[in-house]
Design a protein around this ligand. Sequence first.
Ligand code: MN
Length: 383
Amino acid sequence: MKADINRNQMPEKGNAVQIIATHRNTDFDALASLVAASILYPGSTPVLPRLVNPNVKAFLSIHKDLFEMPFADGIDLDAVSRLVVVDINRWDRLEGLEVLRRKRPLEVVLWDHHPDKGDIVADWECREVIGANITLMIRQLKEQGKMLTPMQATLFLTGLYEDTGNLTFRSSTAEDAYAAGYLLDHKADLGIVSNFLRPAYGEKQKEMLFRMLKSAERRKIKGYSISFNRQDFTGHVNNLSVVVRMYMDIMNVDAAFGIFTNIERKKCIVIGRSNMEEINIGSIMHAMGGGGHPGAGAAVIASVTPEAVEEWLCEFIAGNQQSSVQVSDIMSFPVFSISPTVSMREAASLLREKGCTGVPVVDNGSLVGILSRRDFKKLEKVF
Ligand SMILES: [Mn+2]
């Protein structure tokens, strides 16, 4: 969708609280977009998720004074009249802002570059599939003749390079490259950029990479060399996507998938990377309930064996996902159900808690309906 960016269409500034939000596990593109939005929407407060990527955390701790932002719990959400969402289009990726989902009136403005259509319905949006979200915002900053400090330009370039893999990911466009040039013109510091983009490799990441390489295999599907790797882990391992990226490079394959099973929480984190246009990780992950870009993406699935996930991925890439994998391999089990009299609010929190997108509705022991995440959209018409 080509966005029509016209200054006259930009929302007017109101009196009440206006905030800017982005996705948890905040990366540099998201942080850059938060800061860019605070320039485009003066008077709006950028709100930082508590969960940010480690390299973003390191950047913020060094430049605390320049980029100070409150968390959502420090904001009077009842007073919010406008929410600007950047670099994401799904409510469940925002942190601590659930109450805004049902708040009326609320003006919602959306800036996003993800290919999949999320569930945030905006009054004004700039949605366009492009390498980095910050590129869309630089377009607008340029048009409005806004000044950038060298530190802002540096942060924006870090976001742009991170999301485009230094302009090498296939999702990168000419406009991303022009935007990078614009930021270099505005004195972006490449020393700082490359310092923060060096992958944060800790002991846990190294150990995971070694384990993956020990059990590494590759196979051919439709002429592409692909590697699937299944590993268990406990606790929390940051930056598994960086591990999968490096694994793909070392294995020298067209695409790689890490299927990481968290034993305690009984869920699988699936992370994919691809160098091939024909293997679109974003749409594969979308089909699994996750998301991402053509070159990189992830999904979290509950109550599924890693073997079933791998088989499903193979079949999906081979183009015959309906064939041998059965519903019983993929379905969530054990089944939980809700009664038709449960409030939608309770149903929503139950789905969130169980990590499911749908639930059977059971009344007196018999199945009377199905409630899926899509049904929540109907609420907007009711309220
Ligand atoms: Mn992004």
